[in-house]
Design a protein around this ligand. Sequence first.
Ligand code: GLP
Length: 243
Amino acid sequence: MRIIVENTYEMLSLKIAKDIVVTVKNKPNSLICIAGGHTPQKVCEYLINSEKTGKVDFSQCFFVSLDEWVGLDINTVGSCVETLYTSFFNHISTPSKQIRFFNGKAKDLSLEIKEMKEFISSHKTIDLILLGIGMNGHVGFNEPNIDPEQDFIVVPLDPITKEVSAKYFDKTVDVKEGISLGMKIILESKNIMLMANGIHKADIMKESIEGTISNKIPASLLRKNTNLSVYLDILASSKLSKE
Ligand code: GLP
C-alpha cells in the first residue's frame, strides 16, 4: 500500500489526475472505473483540462461504472451516471460505445450485471479504479458486512448511506438499494486508487488503513491488493499514526 498525502483537495486531485494520465499514456485503451459521488469531481476537471491541452488522449479508453442507485438512471440529477456524464464524459473524446454504466432503472438487474460482466471480461480486468469512501467505509455499494467474494452485487443500502444520499439530489429521492461492482472485481483491478478529502473522512480513513482488515469496514479489504494507493488531503489523513 502506498499512502500519498497532499495539503489541499486541489493538489490531491491534480496528483491523481497526473497518475491517471500516466496510466492512459502507458496503455491508451485502458479500462477505467471512476466512482460517482463528490470526491473525484476535481480530478475529472483536471483530466478534462489535460486532454484539452494535449497532455492525454481518452479516445481509445473504455470506462465502466462503479455503482448506481437502484431506481435511478441518467435522467435523475445526482445519479452516479448523470454525475459522471455531466462532470466528465460529456467533455472528453471517448466515444459513448466505449462507456458502460449500470442502468439502475432496468427491469432486469441480473441482465445489467450479465452485460457488465461481459464488458469487463472482454478487457480481462479493470486497469485502474478510482474509488471514494462512504462515511461507513463503503466502496461502491459494498456496504458494511458485505460478502467480499461477490463480483457484482444488488444490495439494500445501509442506513448511513441512505442518510448521506440526500446531498446528491435536488429533490427528495427515496433510495433503498444499490447495484455495484462487488469487492471481488474491485480487488482484481490492476491499480486501485482510494481517494478521500476533508476532516469528516479522517476517522473512517484511520479505521480503513490502520484497523483490522474486515468486511465490517469494506474499504479495509482493499489492503489485500498490494497495488493499492491511498490518496488523502491533509485533513483526511489527520488521524493516522504519525510514523
Ligand atoms: C457514495 C457512492 C460511492 C462514493 C461514496 C463516497 O454513496 N456509492 O461511489 O464513492 O459514496 O461519496 P462522496 O465522494 O460523495 O463522499
